[in-house]
Write a protein that binds this ligand. Structure first.
Ligand code: SF4
Ligand code: SF4
Length: 442
């Protein structure tokens, strides 16, 4: 899920269980206010580009703001598509702030010019998170627009000169993973206060490009790399790392990565529908913005109030009621199952077809590795081509083709020394031909 970054505090978007002393209801809503987009990202889960045919009017959107305030939401993150492509985006933002909620925005920032940044500041937007997926060449190819990286960096610099807090977010996949150390350096240069990271999962356009995805065993290289980046590059610069909810779970890295390394703070289950809410631009209500629309829409704003859907729609409430008996496959027998409940609902569902069995898990990868085995996901059915749609994958368990080195000496085949010494001036870890092949439909 793309969502906001507020570097000043522990964030609702980390979905850590907490109470606000005001009952049991979602605290953080991620609201797609339009599906229109000025980028064409090859990994976009919502296949954004053109506005939905029946997006909410301004009047309807402002009524949604009232409902969210009455329900006790604390933070609303505006996303798209590209939120600023709606003519009334700043009016919606100002209404959110007027109702006492925190308003934040996540953006690809291709056209987040000075005028729009000024409007965001005037509306009272607290934080803007800019999506940066790798170094310049990688980002531009992934995001489907030449110049997108330069625009994003320029927008970040504009935001830095305002009271708005600057955050960044990155999708981790086969193209961006070796560039993460250099990307961390870039965040230092542009003054990002926080960095939200998330694994790319096969939804929407990413489902059409399985070669982009990490394999579960790649997590064995990724997690030590993330810890190293956090300790050597982010912490000295005061940048807060925010692992998204599919960066998990348990094992030797959880306490080093999640919740700022708080003692005793561990992943405690998906909070879709209980602490988190997602809205689509045509009024669909989901427990989390990333979840597939067909299965997880609990109702529409035009038919029901948000409070009614949160309280009564099984598509939302069933997620919060999941228990150990709902886990299956490897997760069904997992030692951490009672707490973890199979990790991120969205990630498990889009890969495995239903929640409760999640191959993107470091504990799981380590268990297989211990036995000299690994899991590989293989696409067996294409996605149809709709927003938030999914294909179907199967897991292959196989022997490791070779013994893993005791010290990680390469990241996705690139020598570790090259990965850790890559600079922000490098255009990419990959040549153009490799990038283009990775973005072909497969
Ligand atoms: S194997 Fe499944 S239940 Fe166990 S920690 Fe990993 S995702 Fe959670
Ligand atoms: S499905 Fe659950 S864990 Fe995954 S991103 Fe959504 S709210 Fe977070």
């Amino acid at each position: 899920m793309t969502s906001q970054v507020d570097p000043t505090r522990e964030l609702p978007n980390s979905h850590r269980r907490h109470t606000d002393g005001d009952g049991d209801h979602p605290l953080h809503c991620v609201w797609e206010i339009t599906l229109a987009c000025d980028l064409g990202c090859g990994h976009c889960g919502s296949r954004a580009g053109v506005a939905r045919p029946d997006e909410l009017s301004t009047k309807e959107a402002l009524e949604v703001v009232d409902q969210l305030a009455e329900l006790g939401l604390q933070e609303i993150t505006l996303i798209g598509g590209e939120a600023y492509l709606r003519d009334d985006w700043d009016e919606i933002a100002a209404a959110i702030v007027d109702r006492g909620m925190l308003c934040t925005m996540t953006t690809g920032a291709r056209n987040l010019d000075a005028k729009r940044v000024a409007k965001a500041a005037e509306a009272g937007i607290k934080a803007i998170s800019i999506s940066i997926d790798g170094l310049e060449r990688t980002h531009d190819v992934l995001r489907g627009a030449r110049g997108a990286w330069k625009s994003a960096v320029a927008a970040a610099e504009r935001i830095k000169d305002t009271p708005i807090l600057l955050g960044t977010n990155t999708q981790i996949n086969r193209l961006t993973m070796p560039e993460l150390p250099a990307l961390a350096d870039l965040l230092v240069e542009i003054g990002s206060r926080a960095w939200q990271i998330q694994l790319t999962v096969p939804m929407g356009r990413a489902a059409d490009r399985p070669q982009l995805l990490l394999q579960p065993y790649d997590l064995l290289e990724l997690y030590p790399l993330l810890v190293w980046i956090k300790q050597t590059r982010l912490e000295p610069a005061g940048i807060h790392l925010q692992p998204g909810n599919n960066i998990g779970y348990f094992g030797p890295y959880e306490h080093l990565l999640r919740y700022g390394g708080d003692k005793g703070a561990v992943w405690d289950g998906c909070q879709a529908g209980t602490r988190v809410l997602g809205l689509e631009a045509d009024g669909k209500i989901k427990g989390c913005p990333s979840l597939p629309s067909t299965k997880f829409t609990g109702g529409n704003i035009r038919d029901l109030s948000i409070a009614e859907v949160v309280a009564g729609a099984r598509e939302l409430t069933a997620i919060g009621e999941r228990d150990r008996d709902d886990l299956w496959g490897f997760c069904g027998d997992c030692y951490y199952g009672d707490h973890c409940l199979g990790g991120c609902t969205w990630t498990a569902d889009v890969i495995m077809g239903r929640p409760g069995n999640n191959p993107y898990c470091i504990h799981r990868a380590l268990r297989f590795d211990h036995e000299g085995k690994r899991e590989r996901i293989v696409k067996v059915e294409d996605a149809k081509g709709d927003p938030f749609d999914t294909g179907r994958f199967e897991i292959v368990v196989e022997n490791h083709p070779e013994a893993r080195p005791e010290v990680i000496d390469a990241i996705l085949g690139i020598p570790a020394e090259d990965v850790t010494t890559m600079t922000t001036k490098s255009e990419s870890a990959w040549d153009l031909d490799h990038l283009r092949k990775a973005l072909q439909k497969g």
